[in-house]
Design a protein around this ligand. Sequence first.
Ligand code: UD1
Ligand code: UDP
Length: 364
Amino acid sequence: PHIVIVLGTRPEIIKLAPVIRACEHQKLSYSVIHTGQHYSDSLDTVFFDQLELPAPDYQLGVGSNTHGQQTAEMLAGLEEILLEETPEVVLVQGDTNSVLAGAMAASKLEMQLGHVEAGLRSFDREMPEETNRVLADHAADYLFAPTETSRDHLREEGIADDRIHVTGNTVVDAVQQNQELAATKSTILEELDIAEKNFGLVTAHRAENVDERDRFAGLLEGVQRVGEVFDLEMIYPIHPRAKERLDVFDFETPSAVRLVEPQDYLDFIRLQKSAKIVLTDSGGVQEETCILGVPCVTLRENTERPETVEFGANQLAGVDPQRILTSTREMLEKESTWDNPFGDGQAADHILEILSPVGRGIQS
Ligand code: UD1
Ligand code: UDP
């Protein structure tokens, strides 16, 4: 089959890299369309270079804008290209505006849509990501659910069983393909002059946290207290959205926190693996810490990755400083011996295997 892969942001590049590699390996016919939702080098090209991905075949270059403008521009651009490419299937991954646009474009052209990482639910309809993932799931013909929990969510919403396939999450493929390289090649600990298990790692970029002055202040205060109480330097590779809000709110960087640039993938895996504790509001980071056996505290009230909490790798703490401290203490007191709920690291192959009859059906 001819596959068109639509991507646009850092997590999509990382989690679709194993699918792109598998397409290369199996010599499948495929094209990649980059929406340009992320465009800063540190959120975009650095991953194509490091993960040795071919440059995208198309670049829509939409950049940042209001959700409506951004999504509309992507939709128009995607439609034009899809009409030329006439793929058997369009693949999107995750829950960003690029995913919503890809799903709508495929659906309007009556093309088959595959949604990688289907069935995640935070049940928080105020998050733009929740709306995006629900809409993409209901438009999709192939729903690649990472776990049985995500399959159950889809069933409960009335999605037909034969459209749902539990494949594991491609994030496991990504971690497995890069963990050893990170251990041998990354020199980030030396560059930052920090020692194994002697620092905390922080990421926070979600709109509902960093765009709200009070929530962002509480989050930073919680991170500061963890740093003080456990005597850890808190390394925070800061997403441009959060950086901009720090400046607008005129916040001082707390004394235990060190802001650094967003990291490339090998350096960030090494940082996660070496951290004593990870505090985050990122979806991918909740999964990766769970896979790497590093304790995580999530700076949100809910999670669409409940498996990480059930398996004991993660606790929800919101942005209340005291709760962040208590959760950190609890996570540090227990052993990091949980299992990985997200699959066998072959999710990309499972996905392509499920899609292979699509091409045969059409060709015959
Ligand atoms: C987007 C996704 C979010 C995902 C995150 C991954 C949506 C609704 N949100 O959030 O789900 O977790 O990506 O990182 O799709 N900016 C830059 N350089 C860039 C991109 C953005 O400086 O390359 C800055 C701009 O000021 C921009 C802001 O970040 O206004 C927000 O970018 P946007 O793409 O709208 O959302 P993210 O916060 O990145
Ligand atoms: N990541 C990275 N460098 C960083 C921070 C994160 O490579 O400085 C990776 C991380 O390993 C994970 C992904 O980016 O694979 C998560 O992306 P992000 O937090 O932006 O989005 P989310 O997962 O919340 O949608």
